[in-house]
Write a protein that binds this ligand. Structure first.
Ligand SMILES: NC(=O)c1ccc[n+]([C@@H]2O[C@H](COP(=O)([O-])OP(=O)(O)OC[C@H]3O[C@@H](n4cnc5c(N)ncnc54)[C@H](OP(=O)(O)O)[C@@H]3O)[C@@H](O)[C@H]2O)c1
Length: 272
């Protein structure tokens, strides 16, 4: 990435976190530029990261190796169609817009090399995880550039098939909300068991953090970690048995299936 020049189209939350991650990795301010229609958004990004900003999308991509599309999915068609005459064939387009397929982008942009990514919200804290898919036109060097970009805000994982992005959306894209839901439910249950709400919340949050750290740093999988903390006839076993008797696994499978289905449905609607 030491010489890669990156242009961001859209300088909102996700672009700001990616720019912050790239700067933390040592990219020079001269390597990064961004465009956005909002004068305040441009001023904020310049103040925070010292990069040059533009109101004109055609101008910002001049000389860039990587063009990151970081606008809302609903804006993608108009942005791509307007960008098409300014793009050169050697520029790789990296899209982080949820639900916009490579086929739709190719229709709007022409036969540009495209990497489609699905990051998630913890990217804002550089604790994200992204699924990445590249079209056949993307070179090895461009794959590396896209991977380096997304790695600046967390883990980046390549996919063999674009359709798998619907599953990525279901698992990690929407995933933070599932953990928030569990945190809410455990806090409420702790309160019902007699704890002050704030204590129940702190116990739940620190447990979530500790369990995630243990699972990430362990050399055994989550199922084995769970077995290790579940003594026969103990308290944990009582809770796990209750979860399972009430169909916990089936509930999770059904919920993620609903998210993947909605992701595919939205891709079809947004691609028109
Ligand atoms: N945030 C996440 O956790 C997350 C996770 C996965 C994927 N994504 C994807 O990331 C993309 C950006 O999300 P975000 O949360 O960063 O949204 P955001 O904060 O709304 O940022 C989008 C920015 O693009 C600007 N914009 C609108 N039209 C534009 C145009 N024609 N040219 C250039 N810039 C334009 C917007 O300006 P205005 O506000 O003035 O319209 C806004 O500043 C979305 O496609 C989303 O699906 C986000």
């Amino acid at each position: 990435m030491s010489k890669t020049r990156i242009a961001f189209i859209g300088a909102g939350n996700m672009a700001a976190s990616l720019i912050g991650g790239l700067r933390a990795k040592g990219l020079d301010t001269a390597q990064i530029r961004a465009s956005d229609p909002g004068a305040e958004t441009r001023a904020k990004i310049t103040a925070e990261h010292g990069i040059e900003t533009f109101a004109d999308n055609g101008q910002v991509i001049d000389g860039a190796d990587v063009v990151v599309l970081a606008v809302k999915p609903q804006a993608m068609k108009a942005v791509c169609e307007a960008l098409r005459p300014s793009l050169t064939p050697n520029q790789v387009v990296v899209s982080i817009a949820a639900g916009i397929t490579c086929a739709s982008m190719t229709q709007w942009l022409g036969s540009q090399p495209i990497v489609r990514c699905m990051p998630n919200t913890p990217a804002l804290l550089r604790q994200g995880v992204s699924g990445l898919y590249a079209t056949a036109q993307v070179s090895q060097q461009q794959r590396q550039q896209a991977e380096d970009l997304l790695s600046a805000v967390g883990l980046a994982l390549w996919l063999d098939e674009e359709q798998q992005l619907d599953a990525v959306t279901a698992v990690s894209g929407s995933g933070p909300a599932y953990f928030f839901l569990l945190i809410e439910a455990m806090t409420a249950a702790g309160e019902k068991l007699g704890l002050p709400r704030e204590t129940a919340a702190q116990l739940t949050l620190q447990t979530a953090l500790g369990a995630a750290h243990m699972a990430v740093s362990s050399d055994v999988d989550a199922a084995e970690l769970r077995r290790r903390v579940t003594s026969p006839a103990g308290t944990t076993e009582a809770a796990i048995k209750s979860f399972q008797a009430n169909g916990f696994e089936a509930l999770v499978e059904k919920a993620l299936g609903a998210a993947a289905h909605r992701s595919a449905e939205m891709a079809e609607q947004l691609g028109k």
